[in-house]
Every structure is written in structure tokens, then in C-alpha cells.
Design a protein around this ligand. Structure first.
Ligand SMILES: CC(C)(COP(=O)(O)OP(=O)(O)OC[C@H]1O[C@@H](n2cnc3c(N)ncnc32)[C@H](O)[C@@H]1OP(=O)(O)O)[C@@H](O)C(=O)NCCC(=O)NCCS
Length: 157
């Protein structure tokens, strides 16, 4: 059950400091799952995350920013939720907002890649109706979001 106080909105340039703070609260494992390799973004990289226009970034906000998700022009997205706030439905809210943004951008599908050990993301994808292709070293999730363009979505099942 999501706490009523959680708000989801598009990130603004001035949110970079709190998003950076969220990233400092993540473990190396969380960052590995977010980026697919060991990587801890610098302040400058988080400033770019909120300012570059090749993607849309949304945030989940309580008394501070507790989740972030970004979607790119090809429909690929990734997200992270503050470890202290997980299993409250925030990840699902972020993905739903990213799907909304994808529709506004006229995309026909959204997709994510994750590692086979990322049970949380795999289950989140399943819960939201993503089709999953599970390989030995990666899991690919895809959701067609516009009925009239469904034929453009590859059949990965
Ligand atoms: C994946 C992640 C974003 C999920 O965020 P979250 O806010 O905890 O997710 P939600 O609370 O919305 O969970 C939605 C569903 O996902 C599944 N899920 C989430 N966490 C789970 C876990 N630890 N184990 C099993 N299933 C889990 C459940 O099906 C859950 O629904 P339920 O609570 O009704 O059972 C979060 O675990 C995270 O930040 N992980 C590290 C970064 C990462 O893996 N990013 C994904 C890169 S693509």
C-alpha cells in the first residue's frame, strides 16, 4: 500500500541535490542493478540526469526524494527506490508514470533490461503486465502501450 504522502512528478533541474542524496543512500548492489555495472554517479552526472533532454526523469517524493526513474527515446527505462521505502508500491508508481510519459512521447512500447537475480524488478515487471524474455545473463521486459501500434511490438514471449 502506497503512503498517501508520496507524490510522483517530473524532475526539475533544482532536484539534482536530493537525487544525488538518494544515490548516496544506495548500496553498491543497488547501483549495480540500476546501471548493470558498478558505477556511482558523481554530482555532475546527476546534474546531467535532470538537465539533459534525451530522456524524461520522474521522482517519488515524501519529505525527501525517495525514488527516481528515467525513460529514454527508445522506450528503455530504469529506476531505483530508496532502500528504506521499498515494498510500498513506489516502484510500481514510478513505472506507471514513466509509461504515461512514454505515451505522451508517442512511443509504442516501454522496456527494461535487468539481471536474472533481480527478483524485485522481475516481479514488478510481471505485476505490471510486461512480457519477459529470460536469458542466462539478462532479463528483457517489454510492454506494448498503444493498441493501434501493437504490431510494432516484437513478440518476445
Ligand atoms: C526494483 C525496485 C525499483 C522495486 O521498487 P519497490 O518500490 O520496492 O517496488 P514496489 O513496492 O512497487 O513493488 C511492486 C511489486 O514488485 C515486486 N517486488 C518488489 N520488491 C520485491 C522483492 N524484494 N522481492 C520480490 N518481489 C518484489 C512485488 O511483486 C511487488 O508487488 P507486491 O508488493 O504487491 O508483492 C527496488 O527494489 C530497487 O530500487 N532495486 C534496486 C535498483 C533496481 O533493481 N532497479 C531496476 C533496474 S531496471
Amino acid at each position: 500500500m502506497v503512503q498517501k504522502s508520496i507524490r510522483i512528478r517530473e524532475a526539475k533541474d533544482e532536484d539534482w541535490r536530493e537525487i544525488y542524496s538518494l544515490y548516496t543512500r544506495l548500496s553498491d548492489d543497488d547501483l549495480y542493478l540500476r546501471y548493470f555495472h558498478f558505477y556511482r554517479p558523481s554530482e555532475n552526472e546527476i546534474k546531467k540526469l535532470v538537465s539533459l533532454k534525451d530522456h524524461v526523469t520522474v521522482i517519488a517524493e515524501d519529505d525527501k526524494i525517495v525514488g527516481e526513474g528515467s525513460i529514454y527515446e527508445d522506450g528503455e527505462f530504469s529506476l531505483v527506490v530508496d532502500p528504506q521505502y521499498r515494498r510500498n508500491g513506489i516502484g510500481a508508481l514510478i513505472v506507471k508514470e514513466l509509461i504515461k510519459k512514454a505515451k505522451e512521447l508517442g512511443l509504442s512500447k516501454v522496456r527494461f533490461y535487468t539481471l536474472p537475480e533481480n527478483i524485485a524488478m522481475i516481479n514488478l515487471g510481471k505485476k505490471l503486465g510486461f512480457k519477459l524474455r529470460i536469458d542466462e545473463d539478462e532479463v528483457y521486459g517489454e510492454l506494448c502501450i498503444e493498441e493501434k501500434k501493437v504490431e510494432e511490438c516484437s513478440n518476445i514471449a
